[in-house]
Design a protein around this ligand. Structure first.
Ligand code: SAH
Length: 502
């Protein structure tokens, strides 16, 4: 509850790309008691909501029964009067064809406080993502946002087609697909030139954004032929012709390509975000999940006795995170590693160590166990106590080699990777994938076992390195791309090179 009693926030969620949500919208979503949301809000828009927040869908979908507007109004009033902090979340901007005005009036009448949080409206966002500037020094000194589909209950049309035809600038039609034929004809009948450039933008800023261009005279048949569906904007104006020089979305290196990320959910976000930034549609299909084992006796014993080890080897960023959790649980901190030589299998692991104030002494150039063995060649392990802290299912290359050189090696499993049940929606979305990325052998085996013949066999497999590739081949599949550097950045580089070549 806020200090001033209930407040209803009429919030714009932007046109679809989650990155276009405002900071204020995210802050309010994070603190709301209740969120009444529409259909066209960005994927994941409610992820930051409180666990105990009420999330209530009140969207409207053409042809499907929905909560009537009057009832939405009543519910907002009720929630406001109950003293709640209420977010009314709408696509785009709440005051641009969003009925935010009506809802505000209704709240004021009922004596409920409200605030308005503007959002990025489709009319400027979808156009910008399509490479169409709604104004331009040479082509358009004004822009009009027009509804292409008025309230069917209205008796008379409010649109003055003569005035719109004479409007000295760009016309942007919202809700304009259904009546496009009639509207274009009305504009031309009122004198707008048939050869004026026009465009239609479907699902602007969403992963599947599509744009078609034509002229005012041909836009209706083009939209029909290309099966452009709502939500879509229709743009009429010379600026639509600027797209050829200004389109940028389609130029991104992975535009239009679907890439499956199979890493554990907790680790996938960085890779997924980078891929999305390069234009890919990312399907997160985690094959594995990390299960901590730091409660096990062997881990607790190793953490308590950490000062006794002369050499501590870590083989993944996860391992680092969990080792420090185990140290904390044992009442210790980074100082317990002060006298040990610390080896990291690669730069990711070294970075994770650095975040805890430990600069790794040994980091091999290639990120496989064999390379770490080589890199440790100069470290004297004869008679020394060595701790290898790693995943339960890791290979024994490193401990075996260190034992052979006379080390007294303790191996502890900080975590184990277990199979994650596949999400059906993600499996369906993965079927058209162009690339499936694998960052470890365990992701390969677990995903293949989980999917069976639903593995998208047409997809090109991108592997992080030779060990993962071998597991792919053992399972009867081909590796299309293998990273030269065996970390996530190396995998990305290899994928990009392949995409550029094809
Ligand atoms: N308040 C919203 C508009 C809601 S009206 C805003 O400010 O954007 C719904 C119409 O908006 C759709 O029929 C379509 O014309 C347009 N629209 C909304 N999101 C869109 C998108 N991502 N791409 C293209 N048009 C969109």
């Amino acid at each position: 509850m806020s200090a001033r009693g209930g407040v209803v926030y009429l919030v714009g969620a932007g046109p679809g790309d989650p990155g276009l949500m405002t900071k204020r919208s995210l802050d309010l979503i994070a603190s709301a008691d209740a969120i009444y949301y529409d259909r066209l809000i960005p994927t994941g828009a409610l992820d930051g909501a409180r666990e105990d927040a009420e999330l209530i869908y009140v969207g409207k979908q053409p042809g499907v029964p929905s909560v009537p507007q009057a009832e939405i109004g009543e519910r907002l009033v009720e929630a406001g009067k109950a003293g709640k902090s209420v977010v009314r979340l709408k696509g785009g901007d709440p005051f641009v064809f969003g009925r935010g005005g009506e809802e505000g009036e209704n709240l004021r009448e009922a004596g409920v406080e409200f605030e308005v949080v503007p959002g990025v409206t489709a009319g400027v966002a979808a156009t910008a993502y399509a490479g169409i500037p709604v104004t331009h020094r040479d082509d358009a000194s004004a822009v009009a946002f027009v509804t292409g589909h008025e309230d069917p209950e209205k008796a008379e049309t409010a649109l003055d087609w003569d005035a719109l035809a004479a409007f000295p600038g760009t016309l942007v039609f919202y809700m304009g697909v259904k009546r496009l034929g009639e509207n274009a004809a009305a504009l031309m009948a009122s004198g707008r030139a048939a050869d004026e450039p026009a465009a239609a933008i479907e699902r602007g800023t969403w992963p599947g954004q599509r744009t078609v261009t034509a002229t005012l005279g041909t836009i209706a048949e083009t939209v029909e032929r290309e099966a452009i569906k709502a939500p879509a904007l229709i743009v009429v104006g010379d600026v639509a012709g600027r797209r050829e020089a200004l389109h940028w979305l389609e130029r991104r290196p992975l535009h239009g390509r679907t890439v499956v990320v199979t890493r554990a959910r907790a680790q996938a976000s960085g890779l997924a975000k980078t891929l999305r930034g390069l234009g890919a549609s990312v399907v997160e299909l985690p094959a594995i999940r990390i299960e901590s084992r730091i409660g096990d006796d062997e881990v607790r014993a190793a953490a308590s006795a950490i000062r006794d080890y002369d050499l501590v080897c870590l083989t993944s960023p996860n391992g680092v995170k969990l080792l420090f959790e185990a140290l904390t649980a044992a009442g210790r901190d980074a100082r317990a590693l002060a006298d040990a030589t610390v080896a990291a299998i690669g730069p990711g692991t070294a970075r994770a160590l650095a975040a805890h104030g430990i600069a790794a002494d040994v980091i091999p150039e290639r990120f496989v166990a064999e390379a770490l063995v080589e890199a440790l060649a100069d470290v004297d392990v004869e008679g020394k106590k060595v701790l290898v802290a790693r995943a339960a299912e890791a290979r024994d290359v490193l401990p075996d080699a260190l034992r052979e050189r006379g080390g007294e090696v303790d191996v502890v499993a900080l975590y184990e990777t277990v199979r994650e049940a596949p999400d059906e929606k993600a499996v369906a979305a993965a079927q058209d994938a162009e690339y499936v990325t694998f960052t470890s052998s365990s992701t390969v085996t677990n995903l293949l076992e989980a999917l069976g013949d639903r593995f998208p066999s047409q997809a090109l497999i991108v592997s992080i390195g030779p060990i993962t590739s071998a597991t792919v081949r053992e399972n009867g599949l081909e590796v299309a791309v293998e990273a030269e550097r065996h970390d996530v950045d190396g995998l990305l580089e290899a994928l990009l090179a392949d995409a550029a070549a094809s």
